[in-house]
Design a protein. Structure first.
Length: 448
């Protein structure tokens, strides 16, 4: 096992000096045989400074890893361990130096442009820097040479360069350290440029395609749609050529949350009118075995993939459908701005309930006798700006069983829990009925 050579560039896939925050991709080439026969796939473990950052199942050959989010200023010890199908292990250890170089900009990419575009940027680093501008995949002009640090610079792009539509702009700088070229972080934009009189819609997105994503792990596609002379646009989202949903959006940035359970190559597409934008995604296998609970499952509701841009009748419904029945969930009292299907601080779609908003689920959990089998409930919820700790968060319609924002009190038939503000609690309680006494036992996160 050793450092891989990129077949396209002929260079080692292991940079020894990396700007903190810039893309840091490494690659190893590994093989394993037994009785002169390949042993098949293996499991690779990647450690940075002794901390496990990625586990992946991979075939033999070149395997690449993106360590961009883990490299810090100074020396970074990288260790890769491979375990083959016969539990034999191989280790590779080396160092990557993190160097503080930074490129920043206050460029507005959330508006539509019609004239010349002035791009402002601030490169930081006490060394001579070459700043590159890549417009629609091609280098624009010669690189700017910047000797100063942390001072604002400008680049003018004449309007004649642009046609009606979206145009990508990538900006970065390079410098030489110890004889090795080091690259800064990249700034990436998809600019909407409007030509007067042209009514063709425009779609822009900063999602970089093709992309590598892990099986079962959700990710977001940020996009913006502009239809000249219109405030709103109708957008269709397609997954592998199958329509996923229809939305009505304004000209602000939208988030499409998506995940794949099937490994392999997939296509994602955003359409509005006669215009579309296509993305290619390769999904690699997760080493974690993830399957939803199906045995005796009665109800499962998720906020995954939902949006306030859905048509109102779809937006306010939260139904659970099986082959034999549909359990209705209804949302009422939502303003669909500060609450509803929104993104949390981590970029995940959540259902935010506030003010007079309510969620009603037509399900009777205690309708049938479960004295011999018991019953499990699980809620993933968080509270913010709590002012009334007696306020009911989840309750049965008869009011006898309630989860509030208060402390847990002792006593039979009490299911209350104070939740940590701004922290998601995955609440699971198992009702075990002791028939001879007629009492409940409640287990919160493994604690009776």
């Amino acid at each position: 096992m050793g450092i891989a050579i990129d077949p396209e560039t002929g260079k080692q896939l292991w940079p020894y000096n990396v700007s903190v925050g810039s893309k840091c991709e490494i690659g190893i080439n590994w093989t394993s045989t037994r009785d002169e026969e390949p042993t098949g796939r293996g499991t690779l473990y990647v450690y940075v400074a002794g901390k496990l950052v990625e586990t992946r199942s991979a075939a033999q050959g070149i395997v690449k890893f993106d360590l961009t989010d883990y490299i810090i200023s100074g020396s970074n010890k990288i260790e890769i361990k491979v375990v083959d199908a016969y539990s034999s292990t191989k280790n590779f250890i080396d160092i990557i130096n993190g160097i503080t170089l930074k490129l920043a900009s206050n460029f507005e990419d959330d508006i539509s442009y019609t004239n010349d575009i002035t791009f402002t940027y601030i490169p930081t680093g006490s060394i001579s820097k070459k700043v590159y501008f890549i417009l629609d995949g091609k280098q624009y002009g010669e690189p700017d040479i910047v000797e100063t640090t942390a001072e604002q610079c400008t680049k003018l792009f004449p309007g004649a360069l642009f046609t009606h539509g979206s145009h990508t702009l990538k900006v970065y700088f390079t410098c030489e350290i110890d004889g090795e070229e080091v690259r800064s972080n990249e700034l990436y934009y998809d600019i909407i440029y409007y030509k007067a009189g042209n009514l063709t819609p425009i779609i822009a997105s900063t999602f970089i395609s093709p992309a590598e994503k892990e099986q079962y792990v959700a990710f977001n596609i940020k996009y913006r749609v502009y239809t000249p002379e219109a405030v709103l646009s109708t957008v269709d989202l397609y997954v592998d050529s199958v329509k996923n949903k229809t939305l009505t959006v304004d000209t602000t940035y939208q988030i499409w949350e998506i995940r794949f359970d099937v490994i392999g190559n997939h296509t994602l597409e955003i359409r509005t009118g006669s215009v579309s934008k296509l993305f290619q995604v390769h999904v690699f296998e997760s080493t974690i075995h993830v399957e939803p609970v199906e045995q005796a499952l009665a109800l499962a509701l998720s906020s995954y993939g939902r949006s306030n841009a859905e048509p109102l009748d779809i937006r306010k419904a939260w139904d659970y459908k099986t082959a034999t029945k549909t359990i209705k969930g209804e949302l009422s009292g939502f303003n669909w701005a500060a609450n509803g299907w929104v993104l949390d601080d981590s970029g995940n779609t959540v259902l935010r309930v506030s003010g007079d908003a309510r969620v009603s689920i037509d399900y009777k959990p205690f309708e049938n006798d479960f004295t011999t089998t018991g019953k499990t409930f699980e809620f993933e919820i968080a509270t913010t700006d709590v002012k009334n700790y007696e306020a009911r968060i989840i309750e049965c319609l008869d009011g006898s069983d309630t989860i509030t924002a208060n402390q847990t009190y002792a006593g039979e038939d009490t299911r209350t829990k104070r939740f940590i503000v701004d922290s998601i609690e995955n609440e699971k309680f198992i009702n075990e009925v002791k028939q001879e006494k007629g009492t409940y036992t409640f287990i919160f996160n493994g604690t009776v």
